[in-house]
Unconditional design. Structure first.
Lengths: 238, 469
């Protein structure tokens, strides 16, 4: 700053009120008017799309149109692939690796695994049981032999999380298999509610394979489904 | 026929508001130093949680709200009230009568803030943003505010005949908006709390309103006055300022509820807040054209005028903060960044970058006129400016970039929560250092102010050496 700046600032100029007392018609830029119109239009369209009809009981604007049509109820359920990836990263990736390839000789791969994809004698109920109660002892995956232990996750993960992580594993890295539903997990969990020990390959092989689409599809699609489920209850009790 | 003031009239008007305004400024400068000190301490504890461990009143949960409240109520509101009184007296060309009442109110206000900050440090915080003070302290603040505000309105009522300049509109509006907000929010959240989720929109409206309806209008009033006054030139689009004021008045109050998106309130509330934040760009653009457009071609004046330097920095921050605020209000942005440091950076830009810089500009302009002598040390003014510019922009940039990283990490299902904290740690370290720089800057400012007051007092004792300006 220059030495003289303080005096320069203290020098009195014309008073502000005096300068602005005259009404002048200053030119207004056309671009400013255009910009203001664009802003107002964009804001108006946003309100039109997201106001939920200004209803007091609409909490999710996406579920209701401007005129109030639609339910305005709960939000869409979360994508199981996103939830599944989160659960997988937290719980599974330590052994099975983020790539799903496992570690040769120690942790079996999930990519193309007949256990994961329910091929051959393997069923969707087997893979759910493994996640819920754990696994131990010798096991053959894709022709390779492994002998290790897997921790049980049934006490830590909710049905929806088990369903999500299995759906993720079955549809990531080129795998392709039907999604596992929370209802299916709940069903398997209730079947083996008393079980405390990890499964072995021999034990699982003795259980009849059950596919996910054979059990209780939610909503009105299969009212008879709950009746088939209790029928399988007799096997695990033994 | 309108008469315009002679310099001697101006001196009479200045002399009448000298005591209350200087008390407000002196207290404000002390609060600024304390607030930035506590803020820097809180920022350090965010990096090293073990720093100063073992003192209950120095835990993060207490010093962080204490810093914000000291800065908002102690520094910005005190300085704003002082600026409002001076500007209303100056623009209305009318002296302040019975100055003893605003003097008493100024002391009560600052005593209330002192009690409130002590209460927060002692652990009696109320946990609602900017309403942390216990209920009886809010009552003290509200009562002492009324005494100052009534005097401000009386100054406006008794103004000399003639046109009313834009700054007066903003000041009068702010003086009326603040008690409305502060009383409603305290009554509904602190004194007689409403139940359940109805608290959320009130709290969001109040927190947004403290910035948009209280501090922003005063800072704009000061900038709209100082830039044409110092340059001696009419605002480039003064006719647009009517549009700027009324669109601001209509949309600003609505903008706070944008933060409620995804919250337990009807969908239209959040959407109305988002749209109001977008519409706020209209007054912001119009006012920026007036402020920065008037400056264009005269940026050389920043060399000799410290007031202009601070005010123009504040005007740039105003434009960035409010346009950025509109972008952050968009659902896609707030979904990612609401729980990240980005919103803290936004608050810092508004409070330090915009409001504080404009208030510094006003104080640098007003104090020499009240004390009748120029500022003493050019070097200290320059130091204060550069420390605040560097510290403020560095802290803002770190919070924004660290917050962007943190926001994306929080929303990536493949990233653990602890990693998202790890990513932002180096940015928080630099933020803590920048806040220390801001603290040193505010010490320069308060040293400068108290040195000037001290010297002015000395001169009145030995009037033979008095300088007439």
């Amino acid at each position: 700053m220059d030495e003289g700046f303080r005096e320069a600032e203290l020098a009195s100029t014309r008073d502000v009120t005096e300068m602005h007392a005259v009404t002048e018609r200053e030119p207004v830029s056309v671009w400013l008017i255009v910009l203001i119109m664009i802003l107002m239009f964009g804001g108006g369209m946003f309100l039109w799309a997201n106001s939920g009809g200004f209803e007091a009981n609409v909490y999710n604007a996406n579920a209701v149109s401007w005129s109030g049509a639609g339910s305005g109820g709960a939000a869409a359920p979360p994508d199981p692939m996103v939830v599944g990836k989160r659960v997988f990263t937290r719980t599974c990736a330590v052994c099975h690796q983020a790539s799903g390839l496992g570690v040769a000789g120690q942790f079996p791969p999930l990519v193309g695994s007949e256990w994961v994809l329910s091929e051959d004698w393997h069923g969707d109920n087997h893979i759910v049981s493994i996640v819920l109660d754990g696994f131990q002892g010798p096991v053959t995956v894709k022709g390779e032999a492994y002998n290790n232990a897997m921790a049980p996750w049934g006490a830590i993960l909710k049905d929806s999380e088990v369903a999500a992580v299995l759906t993720y594993v079955r549809n990531e890295w080129g795998n392709e298999a039907p999604a596992i539903t929370s209802e299916f997990v709940a069903e398997i969990r209730s079947q083996h509610a008393d079980r405390r020990d990890p499964w072995t390959q021999a034990e699982l092989q003795s259980i009849e394979r059950v596919q996910v689409d054979a059990v209780a599809v939610p909503a009105a699609e299969a009212p008879t489904a709950p009746e088939t489920a209790p029928a399988t209850d007799s096997t695990p009790g033994a | 026929m309108t008469t315009f003031p002679t310099p001697s009239q101006e001196k009479d008007v200045d002399a009448s508001v000298r005591l209350p305004v200087m008390i407000f400024f002196g207290c404000a400068a002390s609060w600024l130093a304390l607030g930035t000190f506590l803020g820097a301490l809180a920022a350090i504890k965010l990096v090293w949680p073990g720093f100063l461990d073992g003192f209950g009143f120095l835990t993060y949960g207490r010093i962080a709200p204490a810093a914000v409240n000291a800065l908002v109520y102690g520094w910005a509101s005190s300085a704003g009230l002082g600026i409002a009184l001076w500007l209303l007296a100056r623009l209305g060309r009318t002296p302040l009568r019975y100055a003893v009442l605003p003097v008493a109110a100024a002391i009560c206000w600052n005593f209330g803030v002192f009690l409130g900050v002590c209460a927060i440090l002692a652990g009696y915080s109320r946990g609602i943003f900017l309403l942390e003070f216990p209920g009886f302290i809010s009552a003290i603040l509200f009562g002492s505010y009324l005494f100052v505000a009534v005097w401000g309105i009386v100054l406006f009522r008794n103004r000399s005949p003639g046109p009313v300049f834009a700054s007066s509109w903003y000041l009068l509006a702010a003086l009326l908006w603040f008690p409305w907000m502060y009383f409603s929010a305290n009554a509904l959240l602190i004194w007689y709390p409403v139940s359940g989720s109805a608290q959320a929109p009130i709290a969001a409206w109040f927190a947004g309103g403290m910035m948009a309806l209280w501090l922003t209008p005063i800072a704009l009033a000061s900038a709209l006055y100082l830039i044409p006054q110092i340059l001696g030139r009419r605002l480039v689009s003064y006719n647009l300022s009517v549009l700027g004021f009324w669109s601001f008045a209509i949309f600003a109050g609505w903008s706070g509820t944008a933060l409620l998106i995804g919250g337990p309130v009807p969908a239209w509330m959040a959407s109305a807040g988002i749209v109001a934040s977008i519409f706020l760009c209209v007054p912001v653009l119009v006012t920026s054209i007036n402020l920065l457009g008037t400056m264009s071609g005269s940026f050389g004046a920043l060399q000799w005028s410290p007031s202009l330097r601070f005010t123009v920095t504040g005007a740039f921050a105003f434009l960035i903060a409010y346009v950025g605020g509109a972008l952050l209000a968009l659902p896609s942005a707030s979904a990612n960044f609401f729980f990240s440091d980005v919103f803290i950076g936004q608050g810092l830009l508004l409070l330090i970058g915009f409001v504080s810089m404009c208030f510094f500009g006003a104080i640098y302009y007003i104090v020499p006129r009240l004390l009748g002598r120029p500022w003493c040390c050019d070097g200290l003014i320059a130091l204060h400016f550069w420390l605040f510019l560097i510290g403020g922009s560095l802290a803002w940039l770190c919070l924004i970039f660290g917050g962007l990283l943190q926001g994306y990490a929080l929303n990536d299902p493949g990233v653990r929560f602890s990693s998202s904290v790890g990513y932002v740690a180096p940015f928080r370290l630099v933020t803590a250092l920048s806040l220390i720089v801001l603290f040193v800057g505010s010490k320069c400012f308060s040293a400068l102010l108290f040195l000037s007051i001290f010297r002015a007092l000395e001169e009145t004792k030995s009037p033979s050496q008095a300088v007439t300006v």
